[in-house]
Design a protein around this ligand. Structure first.
Ligand SMILES: CC(C)(COP(=O)(O)OP(=O)(O)OC[C@H]1O[C@@H](n2cnc3c(N)ncnc32)[C@H](O)[C@@H]1OP(=O)(O)O)[C@@H](O)C(=O)NCCC(=O)NCCS
Length: 330
């Protein structure tokens, strides 16, 4: 058996569309208010992709930034993994379009559909491919255009989500030139939850028909309260596991899935950790599903929040119900 390769993060990237949709804009579209949204979620605005922009458009910009950050040529990529539930189309994989447009002629590619947990799960897949010795450079992108599956007549969902993309390049730790080390993570799920958070239409359960359109089944549906309780429970559990294994003082920053400020605060209170350990940008972008963690990771890097030698803990959770965490030492 080949020896396992220590893995590092060689580059990070992010991209959000220019168009801003504020809570005040939403007040004109559905029966809601800036005050309600801010109090219940912490979100003030989100970014929305313009006409003609598809998920791979955002993904490629985030990917280019990650490659530039790492100083790696697309021709040297071995694999492109895209975490998304709003790919350019149901198939082929959006990763193939990203690889093609980047000029990653020597890479393979596939998508990971794990909704809001997509990036932390795809990162473990990608990083472990490097660790195994099979591949040297794996690009993992989390990208979503959720605005295309949001029902802008449903105030329960449309105020929460936004569009964007983030990327990380995994290489051997030696090639990562002093950036973060991949330590591992976790993946878990609770099945049978198709009615809690889903885009029901268009698959084999409800193939596209006039009826699915009339019932608005091609839009996201969500049972908000169930998701809230689930998210607080598993977020707290994931952080607790890291504290038990490494100790509280090892944690430099927690970059959770940017789900809802109240969920983040409730989970941090449950584990008894202060909010100043958390990096959050939810006020500006809302929940961007698979893109939320890598966008925040790059912004935390730019803000100097990734401390040398300290842990970067990234818990994520969402539809499935799938959850897990990604753990780096910076
Ligand atoms: C959706 C969410 C913000 C609602 O907050 P909440 O504190 O549970 O809301 P409450 O139970 O106090 O209030 C619900 C009421 O607000 C109303 N409401 C929902 N969205 C609203 C909005 N945008 N504006 C105004 N009122 C709204 C509901 O219709 C309901 O009204 P009713 O009581 O007359 O039926 C919250 O449950 C949540 O964030 N859940 C998790 C959702 C999520 O993050 N999903 C993605 C996970 S990856």
């Amino acid at each position: 058996m080949t020896e396992l390769v220590p893995v590092g993060v060689a580059g990070l990237g992010r991209c959000v569309p220019d168009k801003v949709l504020t809570n005040f804009d939403l007040e004109k579209m559905v029966d809601t208010s800036d005050e309600w949204i801010v109090q219940r979620t912490g979100i003030r605005e989100r970014r929305i992709a313009g006409e003609g922009t598809v998920t791979s458009t955002l993904a490629i910009q985030a990917a280019r930034q990650a490659l530039e950050h790492a100083g790696v040529d697309p021709l040297d990529l071995d694999l492109v993994v895209c975490a998304t539930v709003t790919g350019d189309q149901p198939f082929p994989a959006t990763a193939c379009r990203i690889g093609f447009d980047l000029g990653a002629k020597n890479a393979g590619g596939f998508d990971v559909a794990a909704a809001c947990s997509g990036f932390v799960i795809a990162s473990q897949v990608g990083a472990n491919m490097v660790r195994s010795g099979q591949f040297r450079r794996v690009l993992v992108v989390g990208a979503e255009i959720l605005s295309r599956i949001l029902d802008y007549t449903d105030r329960n969902t449309c105020v929460l989500f936004g569009d964007g993309a983030g990327a990380a390049l995994y290489t051997s730790l030696a090639d990562a030139k002093g950036q973060g080390e991949f330590l591992g993570g976790s993946m878990s799920m609770e099945g049978g939850a198709e009615d809690v958070l889903a885009n029901p239409g268009g698959g084999s359960r409800f193939p596209a028909s006039l009826e699915t359109i009339e019932k608005r089944l091609h839009f996201m549906k969500m049972g908000g309260t169930k998701v809230f309780r689930f998210a607080v429970r598993v977020f707290a559990d994931l952080v607790r596991r890291v504290v038990e294994q490494y100790g509280r003082e090892q944690i430099g920053v927690i970059i959770p899935h940017q789900v809802n400020q109240r969920i983040i605060e409730a989970a941090m209170e449950q584990v008894g950790l202060p909010m100043d350990l958390v990096f959050s940008n939810i006020d500006r972008y809302g929940n961007t599903s698979a893109a939320s963690v890598p966008i925040a990771l790059r912004e935390a890097y730019d803000a100097g929040r990734l401390q040398k030698g300290k842990l970067v803990v990234m818990p994520a959770f969402g539809a499935g119900m799938a959850w897990g965490h990604l753990l780096l030492r910076w």
